[in-house]
Ligand binder design. Sequence first.
Ligand SMILES: *Cc1c(COP(=O)(O)O)cnc(C)c1O
Length: 589
Amino acid sequence: MSLATWPQPISPQPAGSHNIVAYFSMEIAVTPEMPTYSGGLGVLAGDTLRAAADMGLRLAAVTLAHRKGYFQQHLTDAGVQSETTQPWSPEKVLFGEDPIISITIEDRPVAIRTWRYDMEGVTGHIIPIYFLDTNLEQNDPRDRVLTDSLYGGNGDYRLRQEAVLGMGGARILEALDYQPLVYHMNEGHAALLTIALLKQQIFGEPLESAGPADIEAIRQKCVFTTHTPVPAGHDRFSAEQSQRILGAERTALLERIGAFHEGLLNMTYVALRFSRFVNGVAMQHGKVSREMFPEYSIEAITNGVHAGTWTAPAVQEVFDRHLPHWRQDNLALRYAIDIPESEIAEAHAESKKALLTAVKERTGVELRPDIFTIGFARRAATYKRSTLLFDDPERLVKMARDFGGLQIAYAGKAHPADEPGKAMIRKVIELSHELSSDLLKIVYLENYEWNLGALLTGGVDVWLNTPKRPYEASGTSGMKAALNGVPSLSILDGWWIEGWIEGVTGWAIEDMETESEEANSLYEHLEQVVLPLYYQQPDQWRRIMRSTIALNGSYFNTQRMLEQYVQNSYFPEIAVPRAISVPEPVLAR
Ligand SMILES: *Cc1c(COP(=O)(O)O)cnc(C)c1O
């Protein structure tokens, strides 16, 4: 990685109160070179900020520096994963801000400073992103490493990190002169920011003196997006950890507001209790969340992806030619319905060539541009079921023979501690060795990250997703594929429930009792519909590519998503026009 070539619009810029939404996220994918994200949550955060920059929204973001970066994945021939860190130096590429603040964690003062990255939108508007850093000489060695590892370490480390992100972040914004009108917690990791705000609200008095009106004042400023459809996925800590790390005063408050469930401090409850607006990340995820937290009112705002980022270069050229304002106005993609199908097909062929070249370079395997290619890439968590496609390997082999060829490109990292996830990667790689032939080629690409994600979602012919329902809160990689005219073949879970129009934007794998019945539905779709269309009705296939862009690319983007956040979550009391630069006087109160 070359730091010198980073696209860095650094300029000393006065921070300040003109930024009205503060967006907190444990991970943010800012550029492909900055290893400060692990997967979907970080990419969503980055795409949200890119849309905010394009739309001129006054927003500032807070995250951690993650000096060691998220891990890089290495795979042996046999599919055994190992990991290395990707250290980076914020001081070399970001703008250092002056203030140093201090918060108490585990009875010690922890000093925190911050580095700023300026993210620029299509019209030149800038969104500052603050990377919190505890690697300061005055800190205890145990605290200097707190902003090193994203999702590394044990529960103690995580709780300390969340204290830095939430409480440290709120305090740093204050020191930088921000007076945000809205604090947006992207997932529960940042929920402790509410404690810092409450302390400000009562002018530093002991938290026990905070009354219902004080708590309500914080609630009026905070909004929360939950991303996790299963109870075990929510961040939880023991009462002992809370007492020891956060201290008695904060723990007593957290107990008082009902953030302890089943004896555990639950960050989702902290955020729920302190937010005036809460949303899940797709329609169905909203429903699932309401069932999980029936005492709260939870809306849904379906995720999106940043159109300018996830559209492949050749397809961007087509949009630039036919829909000149699509980057500022993603709704213009609806008019892709009028683009000649041949131009979309030719652009996609370019994207496919780029993918095949990368596959050749990385694996030595030569895939063919005229052969139908399935893409499957995501975190190797067991609920994503990357082995479902191999439920009946013989059937896959027969399909490849009957239709004259089939190619499958896989990628995905397993969390270093996730043994079942690692076993699943091994299984896919073993099967790829066993089954690969002249007609059936299966490759597993190492180290799934931003660039590989872009190559795959742009370059394959169909995007396959086979999660176990209802574990996929939203999923976004199928949305990236849609922008590139790549239809999905997916289980009806997450965003796909909303994006699916059978035979127009892709195909649904039916919801069945058992895994092998679902695999059967997947095979039937491939054998009876998808492969015959691709190989025997290329004109019809192109039409599907085009309707996928027009219907799903125009909707499942972060511009539409952020407009919904502005209207429903951030500023529900104001009728905000589509151009979102909220005029200052309207908000002065
Ligand atoms: C888009 C993206 C994701 C999100 O993937 P889903 O499986 O759709 O949730 C994860 N990782 C990377 C690198 C991505 O680009």
